[in-house]
Design a protein around this ligand. Structure first.
Ligand SMILES: [Mn+2]
Length: 545
């Protein structure tokens, strides 16, 4: 009885803390929205006074703060055919539009045909830069970050997607559709390696089948098309940068450490989990294996599939087959990518899905960029501000921190305890420092461990999202364009700080005192990447807080 009472009391306290955190987040988001709405409202009044013509209906929508709940219905466009280019298809899907069943099926079938025509392990001779992308696991926000960072694939910037497109995240359909359509749009510059989740048995055991049913209804036959595409995917790429050779595959080498020529003869199989022929083992090992720190090759007891390969064995293989490194994915890395020296070379792990799994974790995401000289650079980001992550309180807290991060970076630089972090955040973002310390920051650190994790929270704000690019947050809005055009007075395509403050000054002269705009605080919210100017897509994001 005593025990039950104390348990209930503890649960009650947790619930109270959760409610307090929810209320605090609602207050923060509402105040941000009101500030942005006031700017747009002020611009309307000012433009009217100037006799400037624009789409008033759209602007009116934007100047009314949205409801406190940030969830927005997914845009669904079920009726179009793939009458547009693959590039246009990719652009639409990256912006969050779900492909129609017909389009998705078309992309799966055409993609599968194209992939099947390629060798199972192919060699790429690269003279310029090449990007290697790790696990994406249904995270469209992270794929957006990858593409913003990489830009359009070309001879100068090729890209390898190293598997695990589906399961664990909400957007497996979108990610798989985009990756395949990119392959179709740029067949010589985009390369796909299969991951262990691209498997006819696994896609039914994990989330992909359920995702398809939820998005396309129970009668869908898309899973069969997807299985064909999974089976068609190559297993590895050899990247030749002059004398420097890199092996890229999802898991690790097979236990028999076969030569490259033997690897090139690996079969294509529908499921490495469900099938048991001898030659399936090679494929299963490539897709499922991990490195480990012991000296024998053994069965992968952590995953019940594949094997565990010691670095000494990898080193011998690198030397024998004349490679300088193995790049693999398959395992989460806290910082998105990590390198381990091994005899005769190095082993890289790259993971491109932040907050894995299901947007619960604190890991960053990264891609590897191999430059023209064959040197490896890590590019990191964090897609914690993804729209669809906002259902979870932790993601909303991350979103708020992210929006203010240009000022938070400086404010947090000297902090050395959770109390100092909370105080600094409260000064920039608002809300009581105690609320941050006891309710909001603990959401980011799995409950009670906030004190131990304060440095991770601080580091979270210092990731290097490419300065000029941000993932688009929503479909293009005419109202956002109208606001941008009002602000960009010199028409050079960016709104500079000076232009913004001129506009704020002009607005503040025509609105009543209680509606005057605090330029600094609104600028901080709009300049998402903190580079001192607003791009069109950046403003669009800022207006949709
Ligand atoms: Mn994997």
């Amino acid at each position: 009885m005593l025990r039950t009472t104390s348990l209930l009391r503890r649960l009650g306290r947790r619930q109270a803390s959760f409610n307090a955190a929810l209320a605090a987040m609602d207050a923060i988001e509402t105040s941000e929205r009101l500030r942005v709405a006031a700017l747009v409202g002020g611009l309307r009044s000012w433009a009217k006074a100037q006799g400037i013509v624009y789409d008033d209906d759209e602007l009116q929508k934007l100047s009314r703060p949205a409801s406190p709940n940030p969830h927005r219905a997914r845009e669904r466009r079920g009726e179009d055919n793939l009458g547009r280019s693959y590039e246009a298809f990719v652009r639409d899907v990256l912006r969050g539009s779900l492909p129609s069943a017909e389009d998705f099926s078309h992309v799966l079938r055409s993609g599968s045909e194209l992939l099947r025509s390629e060798p199972v392990v192919k060699e790429l001779n690269v003279r310029e830069s090449l990007t290697i992308v790790g696990d994406l696991h249904g995270s469209l926000g992270d794929l957006n970050a990858v593409m913003a960072l990489h830009g359009k694939p070309s001879t100068k910037s090729r890209i390898i997607f190293n598997g695990d497109f589906v399961d664990r995240g909400p957007d497996g359909v979108e990610v798989l559709a985009c990756v395949l359509a990119l392959k179709l749009a740029f067949p010589r510059h985009v390369h796909i390696n299969r991951g262990n989740h691209e498997d006819a048995a696994l896609s039914r055991a994990y989330d992909f089948e359920a995702e398809l049913v939820a998005k396309y209804g129970a009668a869908t036959t898309l899973l069969d098309d997807a299985d064909d595409a999974f089976c068609a995917m190559p297993l590895g790429c050899v990247v030749n940068h002059g004398d420097s050779r890199t092996m890229v595959l999802h898991g690790h080498l097979p236990r028999s450490l076969p030569s490259l020529e033997e690897l090139k003869r690996a079969p294509r199989v529908r499921s490495v989990v469900a099938e048991s022929e001898d030659d399936v083992e090679v494929v299963r090992d490539i897709l499922w294996s991990d490195p480990w720190d012991q000296s024998d090759v053994v069965d992968n007891f952590k995953r019940n599939a594949g094997c565990l390969i010691p670095d000494t064995a990898l080193g011998e293989w690198l030397q024998r087959e004349k490679f300088v490194r193995l790049v693999r994915s398959h395992e989460t890395e806290a910082t998105g990518a990590a390198v381990t020296p091994v005899p005769h070379g190095e082993r890289w792990t790259v993971f491109s899905c932040s907050h894995y799994p299901n947007r619960q974790g604190l890991n960053k995401a990264a891609v590897l960029q191999v430059d023209a000289q064959g040197a490896v650079n890590v590019r990191r980001w964090d897609a914690g501000e993804d729209d669809r992550a906002q259902g979870a309180l932790a993601a909303r807290v991350r979103g708020a921190l992210w929006r203010h991060r240009s000022r938070l970076r400086d404010a947090l630089a000297g902090c050395s305890s959770i109390t100092e972090v909370a105080k600094a955040i409260s000064e920039v973002v608002g809300q009581d420092a105690r609320v941050w310390e006891t309710h909001l920051l603990p959401c980011l650190a799995d409950g009670s461990a906030a004190e131990a994790k304060w440095h991770e929270i601080r580091d979270f704000l210092s990731v290097d999202l490419p300065a000029r690019h941000l993932p688009p947050r929503a479909a293009t809005s005419p109202a956002a364009h109208a606001v941008f055009d009002l602000l960009d007075t010199d028409r050079d395509g960016v709104v500079r700080r000076a232009e913004f403050f001129d506009a704020v000054g002009a607005v503040n002269r025509v609105v009543p005192p209680e509606r005057r705009i605090d330029g600094d605080s609104v600028w901080g919210l709009l300049d998402c990447n903190g580079d001192g100017e607003l791009e069109r897509n950046e403003l669009e994001r800022g207006l949709r807080i």
